[in-house]
Design a protein around this ligand. Structure first.
Ligand code: NAD
Length: 385
């Protein structure tokens, strides 16, 4: 069978789902690979780099989709790509079925089997296919780089003949995958880093990375009161009004001293909570930077504008880009293509180039959103061992 990667249709998308390295690994599973001409160029992979490892290069999207049995993509299919979906194909891409009901129905009508990379269950066995985490890791890294690029000072403190420079103070709000990556980069650049999360269990991880966990003095909880927002399953739940007030009061206290704020706070299935409010931005020093990784879901900062860099009246830069992984397209493509390759490994038990879509497998079942003409989203709850 043949695995194909088209050129992404969305203009701002520089990633590609198949790299020359992943094609080499797919060949070991018995697959041939094909890309649309130019599919990897924006990520730094020329057509010749693919050809050099035996990948076929199709002259157009139409030729690519006609030739491939399995199509691997980054973004959900755009309207121009829906026409290519058919019952003899499997599509593997981000799909966000919860937000894309119409697209899901179209995929069902077309009979294509869809594996949504964003639906891979977040269990240990599936970590190698967890593209949400691999992309969040890149977003967290890039957020700090982007902040540094907009901040006119050092991260690290210095004492030199030219004077004493204090370290930058960085506050990371939300310490999931992206937040922890941001903490790691900020501390390694020498910043004095603080982090806040509603989940108390991340305190140890934050501290082990050299940052200071911001505790709240909250009477109802143990160990500082952070429990209030914690939910089951490792994800956060909305905070109570009392907890939120305490949290905002703490941020107000910190705002005048903090140089860089990186916000990553999300609650599954909801708009991003507003946590860095206009008055906090107003209290920051001119030249400070806010990078809002929650911009796509409405933003954690009051002033964030999705996909834009704005400057507040008092000279604070607020970055709301929603394409951080694409801004590191070579790295992101390499990790994403590896996630896809691992998914295909599990789909190819015989290593014989034949795809076996085993709906008894929890990971494959969880990620499959359409199968043989039926919508299979949402998946059944995980089996209790
Ligand atoms: P996420 O992107 O859903 O949210 C980011 C962070 O924001 C979370 O840490 C959350 O607690 C925090 N947050 C929410 N509301 C907040 C508020 N009001 N103030 C401050 N912080 C707030 O998170 P994620 O990166 O997807 O990780 C969520 C969980 O999933 C974690 O427990 C993580 O360990 C787990 N996880 C497991 C796997 C796996 O086992 N394969 C992979 C990735 C993540």
């Amino acid at each position: 069978m043949k695995i194909g990667a088209p050129r992404e249709v969305t203009a701002s998308e520089a990633r590609v789902a198949l790299t020359p390295d992943s094609a080499v690994q797919l060949a070991k599973l018995g697959y041939c690979s094909i890309i649309e001409t130019g599919a990897g160029v924006a990520a730094g992979f020329s057509d010749d780099a693919y050809r050099a490892v035996g990948v076929e290069v199709a002259p157009s999207a139409e030729a690519l989709w006609a030739s491939a049995n399995v199509v691997a993509k980054v973004r959900p299919p755009e309207p121009s790509e829906v026409a290519y979906l058919s019952a003899d194909k499997t599509l593997i891409s981000f799909f966000y079925p919860g937000q894309n009901a119409e697209l899901l129905e179209l995929a069902r009508e077309k009979g294509v089997n869809v594996i949504a990379m964003d639906m891979v269950p977040r269990i240990s066995r599936a970590q190698k296919m967890d593209a949400l985490s691999s992309m969040a890791n890149i977003a967290g890294y890039r957020a700090v780089i982007e902040a540094g690029n907009n901040f006119g000072r050092f991260f690290t403190g210095q004492v030199t003949a030219a004077g004493k420079v204090p370290p930058a103070k960085v506050l990371v709000i939300g310490a999931g995958v992206a937040g922890l990556a941001a903490i790691g980069v900020a501390t390694s650049l020498g910043a004095q880093t603080y982090a806040f999360d509603v989940r108390p269990e991340v305190a140890e991880q934050i501290e082990s990375m050299g940052a200071e966990f911001v505790y709240l003095d909250f009477a109802d909880g143990e160990g500082g009161g952070q429990q209030d927002g914690a939910a089951t399953g490792g994800y956060a739940a909305p905070s109570s009004p009392e907890f939120r007030e305490k949290q905002l009061a703490k941020f107000r206290e910190l705002a005048p001293q903090i140089d860089i704020v990186i916000t990553t706070a999300l609650i599954p299935g909801r708009d991003a909570p507003k946590l860095w409010l206009a008055d906090m931005v107003a209290a920051m020093k001119p030249g400070s930077v806010v990078v809002d990784l929650a911009a796509e879901r409405g933003g954690n900062c009051d002033l964030t504008v999705a996909d834009q860099r704005i400057v507040s009246d008092n000279g604070v830069v607020i970055i709301g880009y929603t394409d951080f992984p694409s801004r590191m397209a070579a790295q992101a493509s390499t990790l994403y293509a590896t996630n896809i390759r691992h998914m295909l490994t599990d789909l190819t038990p015989g290593k014989d180039g034949k795809l076996v879509h085993n709906m008894e497998d929890d990971v494959i079942r969880g990620a499959t959103v359409t199968f043989e003409g039926a919508i299979t989203y949402p998946p059944p709850p995980p089996k209790i061992a």
